[in-house]
Design a protein around this ligand. Structure first.
Ligand SMILES: [Zn+2]
Length: 333
């Protein structure tokens, strides 16, 4: 190899991460156990930044844990974070479960993360989103004993959601997702690749908060703002401090709940069936849409219309074929 070709050689890729960094603070009196996650998606860094500030405050003595346990995971998917993208080998916030034979990088992370989730009572998972808009928080189902996501801590979870800050709360993700999977299976059949097998498995909808609920805990996903919005770090920081105050882990004052709240229930998800399926507008999450309005057009020319008055949520004009194109939500009565 000549010197010239050496100089032109690309820099060798960074080695894949081999550990997960966690920090735990034990109050010297017993109390609730809180887990805070940042960068479950590698390009959503507001939580990681807010956690770094918090570690500084705790280590300098500016903030003190007086009871219970606080565990911080600044970067929960270190491979995706290193790559500066949402996922590493796959989406860490799906199919969350320990695996005896890990295949993807995220399977190995889950084998460390699931026992950590098991060891805590409450979870605050800090995310950000692609298109602009106001922060919102996602909660699980109402209390129920059904087979999909039985739950008994809806009141605690709503209280946590309200104190994280945003006035907009979104619920009903997993059952809507599971119904979407049924529709997807009805169209495509269960055969296919590993990727296809994953996206047609109802367990694929289980992320950090769903896993937490399945183990007797509760938790919320806070979407702090647009990925690059510098205000998102402040939103994340406020949420962590208020969660510490709510659970009594520290002696900070608790801010009152927002006086106005808007609770939206996800009721339907629509897959993109073909690369020629297009939206009628550049939808943003929580755009209102009246019954009968055209949301998009299938490549066949078939119009996709709003079934009732409602809201577009998580629209993805570039969704892969066979994956979620948009969710539809209604105001909870
Ligand atoms: Zn995310």
């Amino acid at each position: 190899m000549t010197e010239t070709t050496q100089a032109l050689s690309p820099t060798p890729p960074q080695p894949r991460p081999t550990h997960l960094r966690t920090l735990t603070y034990h109050g010297l009196a017993p109390g609730p156990r809180l887990l805070v996650l940042g960068a479950v998606h590698g390009n959503e860094v507001c939580g990681a930044k807010a956690i770094a500030q918090l570690v500084h405050d705790l280590d300098s003595g500016a903030l003190r844990i007086t009871r219970g346990t606080l565990t911080l995971v600044p970067v929960t998917n270190p491979l995706a974070y290193q790559l500066g993208q949402r996922t590493g080998d796959r989406n860490l916030n799906r199919n969350m479960a320990p695996s005896a034979i890990p295949q993807d990088f995220e399977d190995s992370v889950a084998n460390v993360l699931c026992p950590l989730l098991d060891a805590h009572d409450a979870l605050l998972d800090l995310h950000s989103f692609h298109t602009g808009g106001a922060p919102f928080v996602m909660i699980g189902p109402q209390n129920n004993t059904g087979p999909l996501e039985p739950f008994a801590h809806a009141d605690l979870e709503m209280q946590l959601a309200l104190h994280t800050g945003p006035h907009r709360i979104v619920e009903g993700w997993l059952d809507t997702y599971a119904r979407g999977i049924q529709k997807r299976l009805a169209r495509s059949g269960p055969e296919g690749s590993r990727a296809q097998a994953l996206v047609t498995n109802p367990n694929y909808g289980v992320g950090t908060t769903e896993y937490m609920r399945s183990r007797g805990g509760y938790g919320v996903t806070l979407e702090c703002g647009q990925h690059d919005d510098p205000l998102a770090v402040g939103v994340a920081r406020h949420a962590i401090l208020q969660t510490l105050a709510l659970l009594g882990l520290t002696a900070l004052p608790l801010v009152a709940e927002p006086p106005h709240r808007e609770i939206l229930r996800l009721v339907d998800v629509t897959d993109r069936d073909h690369a020629g399926d297009t939206f009628s507008r550049a939808w943003r999450s929580f755009d209102p849409v009246p019954a009968g309005d055209v949301i998009g057009t299938r490549h066949t020319g078939e119009l996709v219309k709003a079934p009732t008055d409602g809201f577009i949520v998580f629209p993805n004009p570039r969704a892969e074929v066979g994956q979620e194109w948009f969710y539809f939500a209604q105001r909870r009565q």
